[in-house]
Unconditional design. Structure first.
Length: 259
């Protein structure tokens, strides 16, 4: 990983290319559950992850949910998954077999192979750049894109609002006891505040002609370049090679196959 966050080769590419690469990697892996395709994809993703421009600390912090969720998924499938092959351990509702262990390993690698590129590639994405790309390149409706962008920009204010509400209620001596009741009351107050702020934001955007039916102009043009194309080709190559290797060794296990 680069010692400086956000300065990798991939960090400066178009967010639409990052989104497309993540989808190209994930979609083929979704249709099969086998350890070979997921393992090959994970190995091929390593150079892409190294060029993402994240420091080691930020990488582990951002991907921590994956490192928790993947083993938890594997353990659950190993203990309670479909039984096939020799049974290695059995107790009450728990039955560990060769088939459930193989499926657990495939699920573990699959979660990492799908999740790591999606998380790492989008850490360096600016929401405004993503909105520009979705509206100008993907041609999504500008009104929908700008509304979603405005909503995302407001998410950071919820934490500050929650802290301000807690301080205000404590200053008035309201709900010093009863954590559940206090939390429910603050959640309702935050909900009302969010609706009022959303209404004011919608009015302000309409006043600035954000909802006008005519084609709008963009302050920052968003275009795909050669590097963006190479990233999408890399995503397609990773999934293609992973599935091809899985088919070649005979481990390809489509989830929509015959029962």
């Amino acid at each position: 990983m680069s010692p400086r966050d956000g300065h990798g080769v991939v960090a400066g590419l178009n967010p639409v290319a990052k989104l497309a690469a993540s989808l190209l990697i994930a979609l083929p892996l979704v249709v099969t559950v086998d350890a070979v395709s997921a393992g090959v994809a994970l190995l091929l993703e390593l150079p892409l992850l190294l060029m993402a421009g994240l420091g080691w600390r930020r990488f582990w912090v951002r991907t921590l949910p994956l490192w928790i969720g993947a083993p938890a998924t594997a353990v659950t499938i190993a203990l309670y998954g479909a039984t096939s092959g020799a049974v290695m351990f059995e107790w009450l509702f728990i039955r560990v077999s060769e088939g459930s262990l193989a499926l657990a390993l495939a699920a573990f690698l699959r979660v990492l192979a799908i999740g790591l590129p999606a998380v790492v590639l989008f850490v360096t994405v600016d929401p405004t750049d993503l909105a520009d790309g979705l509206a100008q390149i993907v041609r999504l409706p500008a009104r929908f894109v700008l509304g979603a962008l405005a909503g995302m920009r407001m998410l950071g204010l919820l934490v500050e609002d929650w802290r301000a509400l807690a301080l205000a209620r404590r200053a008035r001596g309201v709900a010093d006891t009863g954590r559940i009741r206090r939390s429910l009351g603050m959640a309702f107050a935050l909900f009302v505040l969010a609706i009022r702020r959303g209404s004011a934001l919608a009015t302000a955007m309409e006043a600035r002609a954000f909802g006008a039916p005519s084609p709008r102009t963009w302050a920052r043009p968003s275009r795909l370049h050669a590097g963006d194309g190479l990233l999408m080709i890399a995503g397609l190559a990773i999934s293609t090679v992973a599935v091809a290797v899985s088919i070649a060794v005979g481990t390809f296990n489509p989830i929509f196959g015959p029962a």
